[in-house]
Ligand binder design. Structure first.
Ligand code: PRP
Length: 208
């Protein structure tokens, strides 16, 4: 039996669809239930930011989560497979027409993703003040809280509708299958079996 942590929402739905493609029907959570048990798997429905935590502590053997979240959290888990879903970017956004000038003193950057932000500016040897927000980050430059934001961009609609534009991409992200390091050894056969089955589905999609 493998325990699988899935983030509530679209990724959980898409992942369960992959399981249905492999094993047939029966991979649906019941109403507000947070646990789904099938003959070989126990699925847990958790918050996106908690998937890697469950896997890291071996409360789940495997999980599915965005690379952006993995990079932000830095928890030591095995990255098994890119599922080629949830493709997005982490980018720097500014008010339309403004230019990214890293030589400007006392730059302020608002973001939910403070670690990715910190790393990016350190790599570019720029000292900035990072303002941690928990959402609606696009507001920050509009009301003068920050000069720029670092945020997830999928369609670009949120930035556009708020008069912002991408001035620099930081990383590309997509959904990954991850595993707990111990489970990867102690449940190797089960983990590799599901890895191979999912990989086959993804490969077939890529070819189509
Ligand atoms: C993300 C991100 C942007 C938006 C980008 O937030 O913070 O606000 O999506 O998507 P778009 O480019 O397609 O407009 P999300 O909806 O994931 O909510 P969150 O703030 O709760 O993470």
């Amino acid at each position: 039996m493998l325990t699988v942590a899935l983030p509530k929402g679209r990724i959980a739905k898409e992942t369960l669809e992959i399981f249905e493609t492999i094993f047939g029907d029966g991979f649906k959570f019941n109403d507000r239930k947070l646990i789904l048990e099938t003959s070989h798997f126990r699925f847990l429905l958790v918050r996106n930011q908690d998937v890697a935590t469950y896997v890291y502590h071996q409360a789940a053997d495997i999980g599915v989560v965005g690379l952006d979240t993995l990079e932000e959290q830095g928890l030591d888990v095995v990255r098994l497979l890119d599922l080629h879903r949830g493709v997005c970017k982490v980018s720097i956004g500014m008010k339309v027409g403004e230019k990214l000038d890293l030589t400007k003193p006392e730059l302020k950057v608002a973001s939910k993703m403070v670690n990715i932000t910190k790393r990016y500016f350190e790599e570019h040897a720029v000292s900035v003040e990072i303002i941690k927000l928990n959402g609606s980050v696009e507001l920050a430059p509009l009301i003068g809280l920050a000069d720029m934001i670092v945020d997830v961009v999928e369609t670009g609609t949120t930035m556009k509708q708020n008069g912002l534009e991408v001035v620099q991409d930081i990383m590309r992200s997509s959904t990954y299958l991850i595993a707990n390091k111990n489970s990867y050894i102690s449940k190797k056969d089960e983990v590799l079996d599901i890895y191979e089955k999912i990989n086959r589905v993804i490969k077939a999609e890529q070819k189509a």
